[in-house]
Design a protein around this ligand. Structure first.
Ligand SMILES: CC(C)(COP(=O)(O)OP(=O)(O)OC[C@H]1O[C@@H](n2cnc3c(N)ncnc32)[C@H](O)[C@@H]1OP(=O)(O)O)[C@@H](O)C(=O)NCCC(=O)NCCS
Length: 174
């Protein structure tokens, strides 16, 4: 049986087909003890937006496998509009990297302030929860092609780090 939306799983899919933007006004429930927005609220929005983008690209469920370090460049305040924008940077066999840019629009201003960016790896899963192939992403613009190349570098670095840690653990257990 074919999963709905995955009929053409190997057909390349353009970045623009799965891009997602979410926006939400920050409320009292989102505050930390200092009265600004709690970092966890921002991380949740990043994961939700990235996951929605990944699921759109995959045409089915995708789970978060990895989240790169994220710098918080500016505080997010109550009553700001938190805007998260996600797009697919890179696809592998069963995994894909999604980049999420976080911006705020302060009350009474139309300007968007960049408050952080993060890169997340999602894995496409089947009905049994097992990794399943993703369709390749089609990087069309020069920016998309640059992001694809940079994502490949991050992928190589993550895999290299994982291999070195596994090797160290196996040496220490012998
Ligand atoms: C993500 C998960 C499905 C991967 O399962 P797995 O058995 O390790 O799968 P594999 O080793 O075959 O790896 C599958 C893909 O994920 C990638 N991957 C796995 N762990 C990774 C990590 N820590 N960082 C980057 N990529 C990773 C692999 O490189 C591979 O990519 P590729 O097929 O494109 O080459 C599994 O670890 C899992 O279910 N984790 C929990 C997910 C979760 O609950 N997330 C939070 C809520 S959504």
């Amino acid at each position: 049986m074919t999963t709905p939306g995955l009929e053409n799983a190997q057909e390349p899919r353009a970045v623009s087909q799965s891009q997602v933007t979410l926006a939400r006004v920050m409320e009292v429930m989102d505050a930390n003890n200092l009265g600004n927005v709690h970092g966890g609220v921002i991380l949740r929005a990043v994961d939700t937006t990235g996951g929605t983008c990944a699921a759109r690209h995959c045409g089915g469920p995708a789970v978060t496998a990895f989240m790169d370090e994220m710098a918080f460049l500016e505080p997010v305040r109550l009553s700001d509009i938190l805007i998260t924008k996600a797009s697919v940077n890179w696809t592998g066999n069963t995994s894909l990297e999604v980049g999420v840019r976080v911006e705020v629009q302060r009350r009474g201003s139309s300007a968007h302030i960049h408050v952080g960016s993060a890169y997340l790896v999602f894995v496409s899963i089947d009905e049994a929860g097992q990794p399943t192939p993703v369709c390749p992403v089609l990087a069309e613009t020069t920016d998309e092609q640059r992001r694809f190349r940079e994502a490949q570098l991050r992928r190589d670095s993550r895999m290299n780090l994982r291999r070195r840690i596994e090797q160290l653990r196996s040496e220490e257990s012998n």
